[in-house]
Design a protein around this ligand. Structure first.
Ligand SMILES: *Cc1c(COP(=O)(O)O)cnc(C)c1O
Length: 360
């Protein structure tokens, strides 16, 4: 992870100020994030998982109330819903964007469903033109797991502007504070409650309004993110150019499905994820190993559907099912390097290596 100029100076300034905890840098970070998502409020928290927990908690669900989400996601999505006390139900993903399929969500909704939680996987926003009206029809709140989608848009609207938007600032994410999270919303009352919830439920000193948490972010962390936000547009352009070069170089290979930026969406390419199908010359895992031998890193995000582990089997608040599109993605997905510090020559090595291993 490389950080842009200004980060060291910004962090030093906070160190020398002697005020390390939540303060003016966190406020500046919130303002920048609200602008990026195009909403009136952003509330910084200590990580992306607690952003999701807080978003579910402020909706005041009752025991047995359900959140419908994607089975093809990082485990934090599932853990946050459970931590907030809700029941998780899944809806299969669409092959085109790896995000929940609105028709599957519609079919999964029960009388206990209160929330739909799309995951904007790999940096592309889920199909909100179908999910937003669907949520309206069923009276559901929308919580976006936008951890991977900082700055992405759908029909000109920012990720995080369709309901409560939850972002992660973890070390591997597009903007990072090591650990950190942000919740965005246009709802004044929810924003207010989120600010109280993250601070022990305390509005004024020792005036408690709810059983809260310590979910605060520190100024030391916010100082890391501010210079990154200043150059983020530039970095997303690099990611887009890198993805375009990969797509041009990798097209037409038997058994290899390339990711697409769908019409009306601006993808921020947190990951560039291909599918290695059964018609390919080698399996996904063989391709990954052969790339590693050539010095090309790749990653599997994620190797199984999220609930397919012993610790969730038989869990009273995890409702499972058959999700063939998600299962196929889990067995075939492979993410290739796309980060903004790659040179064209680096990308050409990735392309040539994949072509060679797949005999193309
Ligand atoms: C990273 C991530 C999270 C959790 O964020 P943390 O900051 O690591 O807690 C949640 N959902 C998805 C899809 C993520 O990629």
């Amino acid at each position: 992870m490389r950080l842009p100029e200004g980060v060291e100076a910004g962090v030093l300034e906070v160190l020398r100020s002697g005020m390390l905890a939540q303060g003016p840098r966190v406020a500046a970070l919130e303002e920048a994030f609200a602008g990026l998502a195009g909403v009136s409020h952003a509330v910084a928290v200590n990580n992306g998982t607690t952003a999701l927990v807080a978003a579910v908690e402020v909706l005041d669900l009752q025991p047995g109330d359900e959140v419908v989400t994607s089975p093809f996601t990082f485990v934090a999505t599932l853990n946050a819903i459970l931590e907030a006390g809700a029941t998780v139900r899944f809806a299969d993903i669409a092959a085109a964007d790896f995000c929940v399929d609105p028709a599957a969500v519609d079919a999964a909704v029960t009388e206990r469903t209160r929330v739909v939680m799309p995951v904007h996987l790999y940096g592309q926003v889920a199909d909100m033109s179908a999910l937003s009206p669907l949520a309206g029809r069923h009276g559901l709140a929308v919580i976006e797991d936008a951890a991977q989608a900082v700055g992405a848009t759908f029909e000109g609207r920012g990720a995080g502007s369709f309901g409560l938007g939850c972002f992660s600032l973890y070390g591997t994410k597009n903007i990072t504070t090591g650990e950190g999270g942000i919740i965005t919303t246009d709802d004044d009352e929810l924003a207010d409650r989120l600010r109280v919830l993250r601070n022990q439920g305390m509005r004024a000193r020792y005036q408690y309004e709810m059983a809260g948490h310590n979910y605060r972010l520190t100024d030391l962390q916010a100082a890391l993110a501010l210079p990154q936000l200043a150059v983020y547009d530039e970095q997303v352009k690099r990611r887009k150019a890198n993805a375009a070069r990969l797509t041009e170089g990798l097209s037409g290979i038997e058994g290899l499905t390339l990711p697409v930026e769908l019409p009306g969406r601006s993808h921020v390419w947190h990951q560039y994820t291909v599918l290695v199908g059964s018609e390919a010359r080698v399996t996904r895992d063989e391709l990954s190993a052969a790339l590693a031998e050539r010095g090309v890193g790749s990653g599997v995000y994620y190797p199984r559907v999220v609930f397919d582990y012993d610790c969730y089997r038989g869990h009273p608040r995890v409702v499972t099912g058959e999700f063939p599109v998600a299962r196929r993605a889990a067995s075939e997905c492979l993410s290739l390097p796309v980060h903004p510090y790659l040179s064209d020559a680096d990308l050409d090595v990735v392309i040539e290596s994949v072509r060679t291993v797949l005999g193309a």
